[in-house]
Design a protein around this ligand. Structure first.
Ligand SMILES: Cc1cc2nc3c(=O)[nH]c(=O)nc-3n(C[C@H](O)[C@H](O)[C@H](O)COP(=O)(O)O)c2cc1C
Length: 274
């Protein structure tokens, strides 16, 4: 188990649950082997046991090869790498039926609903991922879903008040499972009593940890995941392209505004607006 960023004198406790969480890593190569229905049901049931505020989620499971190929047009080739694709959705429709069954109408503002619904769906998804991992499966979230809301709603027959949150590919890992990937040091995540803003040295230390781990693994090289520069010559090779450069290019130069306007328009099409 990884404890390299421990600052305290005492060893942290561990057990099989902690180890499973600490050793999980996204898997991007899969065997050509189906996931049995009872295994699928087990992991979705485990997902469903996550804490919730209103059970505001649904998941669409897609096994059909031709449909997964269509999804690859939206999510990229990862969508067909595993035998199974899941679309995790935020679902107000279902909750509102439960509310209506007792003679009432949902009165909450949709932004507040999203804050809660996104949590329900996310905790569901992560519980499901850990359960899958514990049964020898591997998975990887695919984040493009929200930006293809209209197309995915059409493809999956989503009614109004249901919106795609994230894709997930799932299957049996091919070859050796990747080891756990680095994270920002614990003392920059957990603050006691009050928030402590990061100094320049903290930022450098965090990026140092992240870059070293991912460059050592050849993470972006294997993914061919370098984000092209929009301006100027790209002098970085995969020997020095790390997480810091990646997030900086991802959030610092892509036209996020374009994604945001399509997201708001697609949410509106699904009857979600505030
Ligand atoms: C919301 C979300 C969207 C993601 N989208 C993608 C994606 O589109 N493609 C991909 O290869 N990985 C994607 N990932 C996986 C992350 O890259 C991965 O979780 C992160 O790099 C940490 O690696 P680890 O899961 O192996 O610890 C996504 C993860 C999340 C939570």
């Amino acid at each position: 188990m990884r404890q390299a960023d421990s600052t305290g004198p005492a060893a942290r406790p561990t057990n099989p649950v902690i180890e499973a969480i600490m050793n999980r890593a996204s898997v991007r190569r899969f065997e050509d082997r189906e996931v049995p229905e009872e295994v699928l049901e087990t992991i979705v049931a485990a997902g469903r046991q996550a804490p919730f505020t209103g059970q505001m989620y649904s998941v669409i499971v897609i096994r059909d090869r031709a449909r997964r190929e269509e999804l690859a047009g939206l999510f990229g080739p990862m969508a067909v790498k595993a035998p199974l694709f899941m679309l995790i959705c935020v679902d107000f429709n279902k909750l509102e039926k439960f509310v209506a069954a007792k003679g009432r109408r949902n009165q909450a503002n949709d932004l507040a609903m999203l804050f809660l619904g996104l949590q329900d769906a996310a905790y569901f998804g992560q519980n499901l991922v850990l359960a899958a991992d514990s049964l020898g499966l591997g998975s990887c979230f695919l984040g493009g879903a929200a930006f293809h809301g209209a197309r995915l709603s059409e493809m999956c027959g989503l009614p109004p008040r249901v919106y795609p949150l994230v894709g997930l590919v799932l299957g049996y890992p091919a070859g050796r499972r990747p080891g756990p990937r680095p994270r920002v040091p614990l003392d920059l995540v957990m603050f006691h009593e009050r928030y402590r803003d990061l100094s320049e040295a903290d930022v450098e230390r965090a990026l140092g940890v992240m870059d070293a781990g991912l460059i050592r693994e050849g993470y972006y090289r294997d993914l061919n995941g370098k984000i092209p520069l929009q301006e100027g010559d790209d002098r970085l090779t995969y020997d020095d392209y790390g997480w810091g450069e990646h997030v900086s290019r991802k959030y610092g130069q892509r036209p996020m505004g374009r994604f945001l306007s399509s997201l708001l328009a697609d949410l509106k099409k699904q009857g979600i607006e505030w």
